[in-house]
Design a protein around this ligand. Structure first.
Ligand code: PLP
Length: 354
């Protein structure tokens, strides 16, 4: 793929690396590529980061045809290399999302080339401090100026980069979770397995309610029975019961996380029994009563591993592993982040150099 490059004439000042937050700053450049039916993807370009101009009739504003991805670039322990963690998994998922949303597929090799080229150009923006990283956000949306409902004929593919700070600045503190009975995030047959802005819009109300009641995230239940666990906040969820690790099976309403897949592989390589199946809230509360709920944690690119210290359902509350991080979650966190930042040998072959 030919990518043209227009360099920013004025470069932004680099931030204070020690005090980065999440998603507030953007680098000097961005990647753009257009699509038009009959012409395909064309005009791949890296240009100065800046505003886009769109028709108010652009279809994305009316019918929400939009998808995104999220991955990170890590400055390796030697300070020189920049690493990506399993980017091919994100790219594969991109096309699964595109398929569901009637967005044209992208060429996986071209996307990887686009990511690598852009990260390389803005390489000085990969934070040189421990546990910080450069968040990579590819996204595609419908741009046709048209008000009739149909899949669009024109799209824009963008990649933007944002330096982000360490997720856990004061050590890993387990989170308190509200089990949500009223709102659902997704149902089988819908778009829950796709990484689309629409799923996030559907989740905001439940998330707000949880905040107001003093919880940090929502445990989403299946939309049909309101009984089985789907996800926690914007993460996949794992439970360790009586030594066995259980995570909900991917049956359409759950986002297939790269961190989830990596955690499963890693746990199995350590000899853990890992089962992907339906798990109900009743089963979790009963396991707790029997003293068998050892651990619960979420997985996702942003936090990597997020231990859960408490679940609340109506008036009932249960505390998990004494409100502390459990040994399995800690080992997963240390190993995954060790591989991502090049501090540990990459025995799985998961990282690639930019
Ligand atoms: C992105 C995402 C995840 C986590 O996926 P990773 O690939 O591990 O980052 C989990 N749930 C939802 C709803 C997501 O959007």
């Amino acid at each position: 793929m030919k990518i043209s490059f227009t360099e920013a004439t004025v470069k932004k000042q680099k931030p204070d690396w020690e005090h980065l937050k999440f998603g507030e700053l953007f680098t000097d450049h961005m990647f753009l590529m257009d699509y038009k039916t009959g012409k395909g993807w064309h005009d791949a370009r890296i240009v100065p980061y800046g505003n886009l101009t769109l028709s108010p009739a652009s279809m994305v504003f009316h019918y929400g045809q939009e998808m995104f991805e999220g991955l990170k670039a890590y400055r390796s322990a030697n300070g020189e290399d920049v690493l990506l963690f399993r980017p091919e998994k994100n790219i594969e998922r991109m096309n699964n999302t595109n398929e569901r949303l009637c967005i044209p597929h992208v060429d996986p090799d071209d996307v990887l080339e686009a990511i690598k080229t852009l990260v390389n150009i803005d390489r000085d923006w990969v934070p040189p401090v421990a546990d910080a990283s450069l968040y990579i956000r590819p996204f595609i949306f419908a741009t046709d100026p048209h008000l009739g409902v149909r899949p669009a004929d024109e799209y824009l593919f963008c990649i933007i980069l944002s330096p982000v700070g360490a997720y856990y600045k004061e050590g890993i503190n387990p989170v308190k979770i509200l089990i949500e009975n009223d709102y659902v995030r997704a149902v089988k047959g819908g778009i829950g397995f796709a990484k689309a802005g629409g799923n996030y819009a559907a989740s905001l109300k439940g998330q707000e309610k949880a905040y107001e009641l003093g919880y940090s995230q929502v445990l989403w239940l299946d939309g049909v029975h309101r009984k089985y666990v789907d996800e926690v906040g914007t993460m996949n969820v794992f439970f360790k019961i009586d030594g066995e690790v259980i995570t909900p099976a991917l049956e359409g309403s759950i986002l297939p996380g790269v961190t989830r897949a990596s955690a499963i592989e890693m746990l199995r390589s350590w000899g853990y029994k890992v089962t992907e199946r339906k798990i109900s809230v009743d089963e979790i509360f009963e396991a707790h009563k029997a003293g068998k709920l050892d651990e619960a944690f979420g997985t996702g690119t942003a936090a990597v591993i997020s231990p859960i210290g408490l679940f609340a359902k109506d008036d009932e509350k249960i505390v998990v592993s004494e409100g502390k991080i459990g040994e399995t979650a800690q080992k997963l966190y240390d190993t995954l982040t060790g591989i991502q930042w090049g501090r540990l040998p990459d025995t799985f072959g998961w990282t690639i150099k930019v």
